[in-house]
Design a protein around this ligand. Structure first.
Ligand code: MLT
Length: 244
């Protein structure tokens, strides 16, 4: 690639975007698809998710607001099948199903990249496979989109971007990195030896750790290369698809 950026510049048709929302949206998408879901459709609002269900009663609904599964009071009584915990998306529950999901930042970050040449969902769970696919696409420009939390940077997204760059380094010594990309890589170099310890500085990790039932999501999302699956955007009706 001629250029790297972290986080995103406007994604044009000459740009490949890799979106990271490690805690938890992209980790959840990767888990669901690797466990056999047919597709994951990101939508921005609860209303859009409910409208999908009305059009397609077979689709499943997933997501979070404030980290928790939306309740019937937020969805006009339409029940959501999942929250945003990747551990809920077991093969038994997701195989061959189309899942519409809405989260605070992750689903919107994915949607925001629609105009790019290609959009991939990245996470520690599928980092190696993601790097390989991006490399095969011989990109001119790659933007690593760190989805963050609300308007804030999320440390774990920056570290995943840094880990991505670390894998790329050595394969492509000609790549020109932005300063933001270099900062992400340098942060990763400091954190890589003990990622769990580094995550003590993450507000998202602290928030999940404080919630009964969600603490184990952190360890799940930090697993490195559990899945040899790449996940990419396949259009508004198909959503995100995955393949080994
Ligand atoms: C998001 O999309 O903002 C996050 O993944 C939030 C979460 O999982 O709690």
């Amino acid at each position: 690639p001629a250029e790297w950026a972290v986080p995103g510049r406007a994604a044009g048709a000459d740009t490949i975007c890799v979106v990271f929302d490690v805690l938890r949206a992209t980790s959840t998408v990767v888990t669901a698809l690797a466990h056999g879901a047919r597709g994951m459709i990101p939508v921005g609002t609860l209303e859009e998710a409910v409208a999908w269900r009305r059009r397609d009663p077979e689709c499943l609904l997933a997501g979070e607001r404030g980290g928790l599964r939306p309740g019937p009071d937020q969805t006009g009584g339409v029940p959501f099948d999942f929250g945003n915990s990747p551990r809920e998306f077991t093969p038994e529950r997701v195989r061959d199903r189309l899942i519409v999901f809405t989260t605070t930042n992750g689903s919107r970050a994915l949607q925001a990249c629609e105009a790019a040449q290609a959009v991939l969902a990245g996470s520690f769970l599928n980092l190696g496979a993601t790097v390989q696919v991006v490399r095969r696409l011989e990109p001119r420009r790659v933007t690593l989109v760190c989805a963050g939390t609300g308007p804030e940077t999320a440390l774990e997204d920056v570290l995943a971007a840094g880990a991505f760059l670390d894998l790329w380094r050595g394969m492509d010594t000609e790549a020109a990195w932005t300063d933001a990309a270099a900062a992400a890589w340098l942060a990763w170099c400091r954190a890589a030896g003990d990622l769990s310890a580094a995550l003590r500085y993450s507000a998202n990790a602290r928030r999940l750790a404080a919630r009964a039932g969600l603490r184990d999501d952190i360890a799940w999302c930090l697993q490195r290369d559990r899945f040899e699956w790449a996940v990419w955007w396949a259009g508004p009706e198909a959503g995100l698809r995955g393949a080994p």
